[in-house]
Design a protein around this ligand. Structure first.
Ligand code: NAI
Length: 337
């Protein structure tokens, strides 16, 4: 059979790591016929947790699992990596300013970007999950000049799936009937979940919302006052209800992102991913921003071209992009890119 795919997971001893490892090893990400070799990167304090997860992976006896290594050395972890899932990050502590947060994460994603540049396989693909995900991806990309820019992505698939879940509930349709929803911009409170091109079983979602909610104005009010803020603040809602942050859903979205990137979006319409902007839709080139994307497999996202954005959508996208520009300028001022 084929040589195993080498997958490096950072922060593998953390919560999302724990949910992610077993699904990758089971074949949910790349297919049950593709052997995978896992490299778990942790900081020294996280090594025991990662080693424990490695023991449990052994105990699960996955036929697709070709091996597991645990290390706190980035060069070892990324050596020959075909996929890098950058989950470990520095969370915002009490009283921490945005500048401190960006600097702390620059100290993680800069060196990891360099290690990817110097040690990963030629075909490496990277997805950043650790927050602030878009800007962490920007930093990693800037630190890996020999790796093509389009290999660096950040996760907005969880936002995308959250939006699908909300819409399915509001319209009382199966989630599988929904297509072509978009998350634009930053994985943050400014993100813009956009239903204007979405369809449910072939019918335009804006029309269905108007029908169900009593007119076009009511539908727009629902989008602005309920749908968009609820999707954007869903992480906080989960913490409030569950008493702990989104973990299984974040791992699931990471699996879906890589699955669709490598194996294709097929006939399911587009999805959302934060990719390095080529200037599409007025998003400055080089920013890592969420777009509607498709893939034919093989690890190439294509930004869906030519969508019409109305004034409302342009305003929302503009606000999120302004935040990304601010973050970029802040990490530039810190010398991180
Ligand atoms: P966690 O705190 O349970 O795990 C993080 C792990 O990363 C810890 O084990 C820590 O030791 C490790 N770590 C820290 N610095 C590291 C480094 N330099 N190298 C390797 N490992 C390192 O956190 P959890 O719940 O697993 O979340 C991980 C990240 O994912 C957080 O930044 C969180 O905000 C983010 N997140 C992103 C989502 C998205 O949609 N993009 C959704 C949910 C969470």
């Amino acid at each position: 059979s084929d040589a195993p795919v080498t997958i490096t997971i950072t922060g593998a001893g953390g919560q999302i790591g724990y949910a992610l490892l077993f699904r990758i090893a089971s074949g949910a990400m790349l297919g049950a016929d593709v052997p995978v070799r896992l490299r778990l990167l942790e900081i020294p304090q996280g090594l025991r947790a990662a080693e424990g997860a490695a023991l449990e992976l052994q105990d699960a006896a996955f036929a697709t699992l070709a091996g597991v290594d645990v290390t706190d050395d980035a060069a070892t972890a990324f050596d020959g990596a075909n996929l890098a899932l950058l989950v470990g990050a520095r969370p915002r502590g009490p009283g921490m300013e945005r500048g401190d947060l960006l600097a702390a994460n620059g100290g993680i994603f800069g060196p990891q970007g360099r290690a990817i540049n110097d040690h990963a396989a030629d075909d490496v693909r990277v997805v950043v999950v650790g927050n602030p995900a878009n800007t962490n991806a920007l930093i990693a990309r800037a630190s890996a000049p020999d790796v093509p820019a389009e290999r660096f992505t950040a996760l907005t698939r969880l936002d995308h799936s959250r939006a699908l879940g909300q819409l399915a509930a509001t319209l009382a349709v199966p989630v599988g009937d929904l297509r072509d929803l978009t998350i634009w911009g930053n994985h943050s409170a400014t993100q813009f979940p956009d239903v204007s091109h979405a369809t449910a079983a072939g019918r335009p979602v804006p029309e269905l919302l108007a029908e169900r909610l009593g007119g076009v104005d009511a539908a727009q009010r629902h989008l602005e006052d309920e749908f968009i803020p609820r999707v954007a603040r869903r992480g906080a809602e989960i913490i409030e209800v569950r008493g702990s942050s989104s973990v299984a859903s974040a791992a699931s979205a990471t699996i879906d992102h890589v699955h669709d990137w490598m194996l294709g979006t097929g006939d399911r319409g587009w999805t959302s991913a934060a990719v390095v902007s080529d200037g599409s839709y007025g998003v400055p080139e080089g920013l890592v921003s969420s777009f509607p994307v498709t893939s034919e497999g093989g690890g190439d996202w294509r930004i869906v071209p030519g969508l019409e954005l109305d004034a409302f959508a342009r305003g929302r996208l503009g606000a999120s992009v302004a935040e990304l520009v601010d973050e970029r300028d802040a990490v530039r001022a810190l010398g991180l890119i």
